[in-house]
Design a protein around this ligand. Structure first.
Ligand code: ZN
Length: 324
């Protein structure tokens, strides 16, 4: 029988929902991952409740012994009301999160933007322990950020501060972002949009060289089949065109990192998200090389998060420990 205090951390992404039980020191006792049930707005909290019950049964302790639940989710959201409002990755106008969990399970719950939560998680459990000025950046399906400035986690009026993925990095606006506006950072460099950047870049390159590239062979000559993973795989096998595009993505990322550094003046930036974690050298080396061309503040250390795939869970647990 487990006697320690336990907390629930939930990382609600666009595709996957991860649920973990943690002790008060952030040690993950058990976790489970499922595809998000998007059949209705209510199905999302129902799924979380079911997964919390499942984990508690599995670990042999009662729901009543839980101290609370933290939920880190992609926004936009209203943190104080515990709801997602027109979330970018879930097709409903309003998704209630904390109230159904609290009412059904009788435990307190809090909501936080996932990248903002990750910054808090890194501060409590990861590489930012003891730091007063620190930023977390995720490069994944989208691009997001969380910032601790002079010891304070920046939240904004609703908890949606630092939508850095929607900062303009290309005033010509060659690519349209998922939000509908042009020239935004994540329209070029996020996992779901890198293929668009590759396609417009290849239009400007000599046709023969493109046709002879490993990249084009890997997609059977059909660029509409291209995924970000193909670009990094081809670059890793010394395909010249792919390596050049990875470098150009690095320059655009460096502009984003310089903007963030100029805004928040951190001493450390840790970086997570699937695109980073799967290609850490190809993502971080060009950023470190080019950020000096755009930054005015002293350049911070830039490292991969040591919390890996679980950074969202740690963020959720850190939020629960902080706000409940
Ligand atoms: Zn945008």
């Amino acid at each position: 029988m487990v006697k320690d205090e336990h907390w629930i951390g939930i990382d609600l992404g666009g595709t996957w929902v991860r649920v973990a039980v943690s002790d008060e020191n952030g040690h993950l006792v058990a976790k489970i991952v499922e595809k998000v049930d998007k059949s209705s707005a209510e199905a999302i909290s129902d799924q979380m409740i079911r997964l919390i019950r499942f984990l508690c049964n599995k670990q042999g302790f009662s729901i009543k012994s839980l101290k609370g639940a933290g939920i880190a989710a992609k926004g936009p959201l209203i943190q104080a009301e515990g709801v997602l409002i027109h979330p970018t990755t879930i097709p409903f106008d309003c998704v209630p999160i904390t109230r159904p969990i609290s009412e059904e399970l009788g435990i307190p719950a809090c909501l936080i933007n996932d990248a903002v939560g990750a910054a808090l998680g890194e501060k409590k459990f990861g590489a930012a322990k003891g730091l007063s000025n620190y930023v977390y950046i995720t490069i994944s399906t989208g691009i997001g950020c969380g910032a601790i400035v002079s010891g304070t986690l920046l939240l904004g009026k609703d908890g949606n501060a630092h939508e850095v993925g929607h900062m303009v990095i290309d005033y010509e606006g060659r690519l349209k972002c998922g939000c509908g506006k042009r020239g935004h950072w994540e329209a070029y460099c996020s996992g779901s949009n890198i293929p668009n950047f590759v396609r417009i870049s290849l239009e400007d390159m000599p046709k023969k060289r493109v046709e002879e590239s490993l990249l084009l062979r890997m997609v059977g000559g059909d660029l509409s089949r291209l995924c970000a993973v193909d670009l990094f795989a081809a670059a890793g096998r010394a395909d010249h065109i792919s390596a050049r595009l990875v470098e150009e993505i690095g320059i655009l990322n460096a502009i984003g990192f310089a903007n963030v550094t100029n805004l928040y003046d951190p001493s450390l930036i840790t970086v997570g998200g699937t695109v980073t974690l799967k290609n850490s050298t190809m993502i971080l080396d060009p950023i470190r090389k080019h950020v000096k061309d755009y930054v005015v503040n002293r350049i911070p250390k830039i490292e991969v998060t040591p919390l890996g795939d679980d950074v969202g869970l740690y963020g959720a647990i850190a939020a629960a420990l902080t706000y409940i």
